[in-house]
Each structure stands twice: as C-alpha cells, then as structure tokens.
Design a protein around this ligand. Structure first.
Ligand code: FE2
Length: 293
C-alpha cells in the first residue's frame, strides 16, 4: 500500500465565462495546466445575482464531456437535441458533447446563492465523433454514504471502496473510468480511498483545510485549491478544519490535446474542421426546433 503525495497545488484564479458568470478556475486556467484526461474544473459560487444571472447562452462543444454538479441554486439546461433539464441542489448533468452539441445553461433564480462545479473530461480519439448524449442525474439517484467517523461521500461516478463497502455511482461505462466523489469530512478525521495505480487523481478543496499524503509528512491544502496527486494506490486526506472536497480520478488518455475554446480534438486539422462545421451548421447531427447556431 502506498499513499499518494501531493505532486502540485493549483490555486484557483478568478475568471468569467459564458455571458459573464464569475468563476474560480483551477484545472484548465491555462492550456497546459491540466491533468489528463481532466481539461478544466470551475467552481461557481455567489450570493450576488450579478455574478451569475447572465448564465451561459447557447454555445457549442465538440470532443469531450462536461459535467455540471449543483450544490445550491437552480439552472436550466437546454440543448439542440431537445433535452431540457432542471438542475437544483445535489443534481448532476453529465453531457457527452462528442460529435457536437449546442446548449445553454441559464439561472432560474433572481436571488440567493448559486454554488456548483463544472468539470470537463476529455474523450479518447475513437469517441470524439460519436453521437452526442446527455444524462440528467437527480440528487436522489446519487448514493450518499455515511462513514463511522461522521464523514459523508456522494458517489457521482466510479466505484467507492471503504472497508467492506463497494458502492458504484450512477455514471458508468466511461472510457476514462472516471471516479467523481464529493466528500464532507469533520475536523480531525481522515478519509481514505483506493485509486488504481495507472489513474491520475486530484482533490479539489472547496471548504476548510486538509492535509494530504503520508501521515508523517503530509502537504497542507487550502480552500479553492486543486491538489494533483503523485503515484500510489490510495489517497489519504486528513481534515485540519471541517472540510468539503471533490475527489476525482481517471485513466489518462495519453493522446495529443489540441484545444480551441469549446472544441477539444487531437490535431489542428480536426479543430479547423470543428470550426468549419460550426460555421456551416454541421457541428451537430440533429437540430432542435428551439435552437439555432
Ligand atoms: Fe457548455
């Protein structure tokens, strides 16, 4: 058994996206600040409607997956396939853009707190041009595990293993075998989870402070930081304060990544094709009534 140490800490930066939604971006803040296959992680969180009210009007994606996880608030997703989904506290939307999607994500509240995450996960070359698909996962379908030490874990994707418990999240069958867990850990307690050797992993802390790694020489990680983990077969997180964090892990693709905004492909030529397809209305395979490019 070897514990993964912290290899690198990425402090979030303030940025904005969509029509001016304020965000904290860790993974993906620059094109080379990534952890294969994770391309980007944004945290959006504000009590001030001016920070989120403009939302994300219709925009395209090709070549990867976007995962929106709401902690608080209410957003409405609509896409060119006619999918429409309300996202409220605890809900997840797992969208596989693949060949192409045009969608919008708009706040359905005028006030109050909006808090959540958007994660981008890359697709392997063989899946980049498969048909787009979309999964709405209501909070009630996401297993919530209560541990003996008062910790809780929501299993969004992948296999959670703790003592004798093996709990599979609702999102399965991904090429990257992604693990996506949301953990609440009381001060002074420890959380451990096995992670396959070959997988890349990181912890994103959104509340409190934790120490990660070998208990004799852990690394402190503070709020709004992504801690990229080194080699090993499990992660150990100790809470220095009441803490909340995401644990993400996946099989790396080890393929070239060429990104142009919302298009992520393997070559420059494929990006040129994506831009041309978007300009000529061929990015998406079936158009919906409500949307136009
Ligand atoms: Fe989007």
């Amino acid at each position: 058994m070897s514990t993964r140490d912290v290899a690198q800490i990425i402090q979030s930066i303030n940025t904005s996206d969509g029509a001016g939604v304020k965000l904290l971006r860790s993974i993906g803040q620059r094109q080379h600040v990534r952890l294969d296959p994770f391309l980007m992680l944004d945290e959006f969180g504000s009590f001030d409607a001016n920070d989120y009210i403009a939302g994300f009007p219709p925009h395209p994606h090709r070549g990867f997956e976007t995962v929106t996880y709401m902690l608080e608030g209410h957003m409405l997703h609509e896409d060119h396939m006619g999918n429409k989904g309300h996202l409220r506290g605890g809900d997840v939307q797992w969208m596989t853009a693949a060949h192409g999607i045009i969608h919008s994500e708009m706040p359905q509240q005028q006030s109050g707190r909006m808090h959540g995450f958007q994660l981008w996960i890359n697709l392997p070359a063989r899946e980049k041009m498969k048909p787009a698909s979309y999964r709405d996962i209501p909070a009630a379908k996401i297993p919530l595990v209560s541990l003996n030490n008062g910790a809780t874990a929501k299993i969004i994707a992948g296999l959670f293993v703790n003592n004798q418990q093996h709990i599979q999240g609702p999102v399965q069958g991904l090429a990257t075998q992604a693990l996506y867990i949301d953990v609440t850990l009381p001060k002074g307690e420890t959380f451990t989870q096995p992670i396959p050797h070959a997988h890349n992993a990181f912890v994103y802390l959104y509340e409190g402070e934790v120490s990660i790694g070998e208990p004799s020489s852990p690394t402190k990680v503070s709020t709004h930081c992504a801690a990229l983990l080194g080699q090993g077969d499990h992660v150990t997180v100790g809470a220095n304060d009441n803490a909340r964090f995401l644990l993400l892990a996946a099989q790396p693709l080890n393929e070239p990544v060429v990104q142009y905004g919302p298009f992520v492909m393997n070559t420059r030529e494929e990006i040129d094709q994506a831009i041309l397809d978007y300009q000529t209305g061929k990015l998406v395979q079936a158009k919906a009534q409500a949307f136009s490019e």
